[in-house]
Design a protein around this ligand. Structure first.
Ligand code: F6R
Length: 241
């Protein structure tokens, strides 16, 4: 795992934006794996800027998102589909039919999970997968546990995650308790993975990650087994290294 530390999230996100630019200008029909949450917002703003300046185009880009809350449909302001439209898709030249976010309100969750994994496979390899990290070391919504699921599945959110994400909701009671998430095996289908972690509340997870071991109790540590991972930190996230 390659580690890059930058002064702040602007500079850190710029590294990821340049890696995505390099892919978009060199590949005819690239696939991006995308994340939501606070972490990738700066990156998405930088990609929007590059698109406005005609440095990159999303016309032939396909995207697949990591996860969605169960119980929220795509028109809910806290749904991840809504987030992606607001923070990226509505501002670039992407064809929304090429963008994929799991449906959080399907008639059958099992079917949705199976179909989503099929969609990932039908896109060929994800060229670059963007990941954030939970304060507890989760990636996607693969929460710390004695075992981790390989493919798209329903996950019970931990209390830590519910608390961390309550900042986006009016009250903690409104935070969904379950999510549908790509699994570790789905994430490993990506050719290249970029993990972003910013802020002091990520410093403990990043410190644990620096130990010479892997653990399902720190899902991000499993990424050490993937051949092409770049971890990009700001100084706060790297402060305990
Ligand atoms: C989001 C996701 C999560 C977040 C993580 C960090 O799609 O899969 O793993 O990346 O919870 O969230 P933020 O960026 O809000 O700190």
């Amino acid at each position: 795992m390659k580690i890059i530390v930058k002064k702040d999230k602007d500079e850190a996100s710029k590294i990821a934006a340049e890696m995505i630019k390099e892919l978009l200008v060199s590949k005819e029909s690239p696939t991006l794996g995308l994340a939501t949450g606070s972490t990738p917002i700066t990156l998405y703003q930088q990609l929007i800027e590059m698109n406005k300046k005609n440095e990159i185009s999303f016309r032939n880009v396909k995207t697949v998102n990591l996860d969605e809350y169960i119980g929220l449909d795509g028109s809910h302001p806290q749904s991840y589909r809504f987030f992606m439209n607001e923070n990226l898709f509505n501002h670039v030249d992407i064809d929304k039919s090429n963008t994929h976010v799991p449906n959080g309100n399907p008639s059958s969750l099992d079917e949705e999970a199976k179909n989503y994994e099929k969609i990932i496979d039908s896109l060929g390899h994800i060229d670059i997968q963007i990941l954030g990290v939970g304060p507890n070391g989760h990636i996607g919504f693969n929460e710390p546990n004695t075992h981790l699921q390989l493919y798209t599945h329903v996950e019970d959110l931990t209390q830590t995650t519910i608390e961390a994400n309550s900042r986006f909701f009016d009250s903690i009671d409104q935070v969904p308790k379950k999510a549908i998430s790509m699994g570790i095996g789905s994430i490993f289908k990506a050719k290249k993975i970029i993990v972003l972690a910013f802020g002091k509340n990520k410093a403990d997870a990043i410190k644990d990650l620096s130990h010479d071991e892997i653990s399902t109790n720190l899902p991000v540590s499993i990424l050490k087994l993937h051949p092409d991972v770049t971890l990009i930190l700001d100084e706060d996230a790297a402060s305990l290294l």
